[in-house]
Design a protein around this ligand. Structure first.
Ligand SMILES: Cc1cc2nc3c(=O)[nH]c(=O)nc-3n(C[C@H](O)[C@H](O)[C@H](O)COP(=O)(O)OP(=O)(O)OC[C@H]3O[C@@H](n4cnc5c(N)ncnc54)[C@H](O)[C@@H]3O)c2cc1C
Length: 440
């Protein structure tokens, strides 16, 4: 039987698209390679304290992320406000043991973001980004080369802070991140870069008590979903149908196809006829190991961190509160490094980092470690990024893939909040609207 639309990927983008289309009487089937929904969100119960949930993937929500907050409200999911154990949550370096920024340095950080916001505003043609006047120059440069430019006169602490902030927001070292990609990310944030901050009213303001995977679980409830079968090939040679082959060997036919996963995974699917080289994806995935260490007591609260300058694996550390735990994010090159080492070595290194940072000898009761780069159907996280020198037609996010028949939607293709859960929902819903128009 021919389905109107097959959606590949039961993450927030795919499920938001499925919900939009099925509510308009379009028959949809969602195909998911994993045996669960949620993609880059993954929540599980904490041992011993089963009333609490741990998020090992996407977690935080900001007060201006209206789509995700509207789902939270509709599903009646209670939110928890993030507890900030550091008095200076915006000073990320201080949270991991670097010397506190002076007031002057803090002001310079704010000024740099103002400049980046203004540069991002210059990108007026978002559909064809490469046509903007400075796009080529910025695409060639890395964010690190911008920060290190001697004419800006930043001292070493300031450069470290700026690089750390970019790393924590993209899971990519700024040396490997194109300045254009970074500016486009900032451009996608309604209200500008200040909405990204840690601290109150920033992008890490709320968590969903039951875990963010609940959003996908609840979105999936009324949808027709096939779990545990990945898409391997797409034959669109016939004008009247698209034939899909799944890992199991099963075949499906549909009129329209929505690929709702990161463009970095596209090379895993073969197309007949082959896609034009314009569709070769130059993005690489950010790299992150998310860790949650549960302790018997929140020893880290209310104390100044030890400024040792000794960096451990975690580039960003959060207080989880329920259960009593520290979340440590290992990011970019550090994540690649630790991915190849024994897990017990990593656990030891994190305990040492926390014990040095908070001058303690506490040991965790439980440890959780999620290596996202080892996940076959994600390949990393938080999202795909463009390395320097890779400007390509991929920037044309809203372009139909093949004659209005095949589309792509994921947080990477969002117009707002690129890289975030909010972006995934926006991309799924808006692409579903295009598909509906094509079907009518
Ligand atoms: C550790 C971590 C921390 C994060 N922190 C935050 C945060 O605090 N706040 C925030 O807003 N965002 C955060 N994010 C990002 C957020 O989780 C993602 O932006 C969002 O979940 C992406 O949704 P998506 O639907 O675009 O893609 P995905 O969730 O990746 O969904 C794509 C789905 O497609 C499936 N798939 C892929 N290929 C195939 C195939 N060939 N056949 C069938 N199925 C396939 C995958 O299994 C997956 O389920 C974080 C992510 C991670 C991993």
């Amino acid at each position: 039987m021919m389905t109107d639309v097959v959606i590949v990927g039961a993450g927030l983008a795919g499920l938001s698209a499925a919900r939009y289309l099925s509510s308009r009487n379009v028959t949809c089937l969602v195909i998911e390679a994993r045996t669960r929904v949620g993609g880059r969100t993954l929540s599980q119960k904490a041992p011993d304290e089963c009333e609490f949930t741990i998020d090992l993937g996407g977690q935080w929500i900001g007060p201006t992320q209206k789509r995700v907050l509207s789902l939270v409200e509709e599903f009646g999911l209670p939110l928890i406000e993030q507890t900030w154990h550091s008095s200076y949550p915006e000073d990320l370096g201080q949270a991991v043991g670097l010397i506190r920024l002076t007031h002057e340095q803090e002001q310079t950080v704010i000024d740099v973001y103002d400049i980046w916001d203004k540069m991002a505003e210059e990108l007026t043609n978002l559909e064809q980004v490469w046509l903007n006047e400075k796009a080529k120059e910025w695409a060639e440069m890395s964010v690190a080369s911008y920060i290190d430019d001697p004419t800006l006169g930043f001292d070493e602490r300031l450069r470290l802070e700026l690089k750390l902030q970019v790393l924590t927001m993209t899971a990519c070292n700024p040396e490997r991140l194109s300045l254009l990609h970074w500016l486009l990310t900032l451009r996608s944030i309604p209200g500008g870069s200040s909405s990204l901050d840690d601290g109150n009213k920033g992008a890490q303001h709320f968590k969903i008590a039951a875990g963010s995977q609940q959003l996908s679980i609840l979105l999936a409830e009324k949808q027709d979903i096939r779990l545990g079968d990945g898409l391997v090939s797409v034959d669109y040679s016939s004008p009247s149908e698209i034939v899909l082959t799944l890992l199991s060997g099963n075949k499906l036919t549909c009129r329209r196809l929505l690929l709702a996963f990161s463009p970095t995974l596209l090379s895993r699917v073969s197309f007949m006829p082959s896609l034009s080289s314009d569709w070769h994806c130059h993005m690489t995935m950010g790299q992150c190991i998310k860790t949650v260490f549960i302790y018997s007591t929140p020893f880290w609260r209310g104390i100044e961190t030890n400024q040792t300058e000794q960096q451990g694996p975690c580039s960003n550390i959060f207080d989880l509160a329920q259960p009593t735990a520290l979340i440590g994010l290992i990011l970019g090159d550090q994540a690649s490094l630790w991915c190849d080492r024994e897990e017990n070595e990593l656990v030891e290194a994190i305990i040492k980092q926390y014990n040095t940072l908070y001058r303690t000898d506490h040991q965790p009761i439980h440890t959780f470690i999620k290596y996202w780069q080892k996940e076959e159907w994600s390949g990393g996280c938080y999202a795909g990024v463009y390395p320097p020198g890779s400007i390509s037609r991929w920037e044309n996010k809203r372009k139909t893939f093949v004659d209005g028949r095949i589309w792509l939607a994921s947080t990477e293709t969002a117009s707002e909040w690129v890289g975030y859960m909010e972006g995934a929902i926006e991309a799924g819903e808006s692409t579903a609207k295009y598909i509906l128009n094509m079907l009518q």
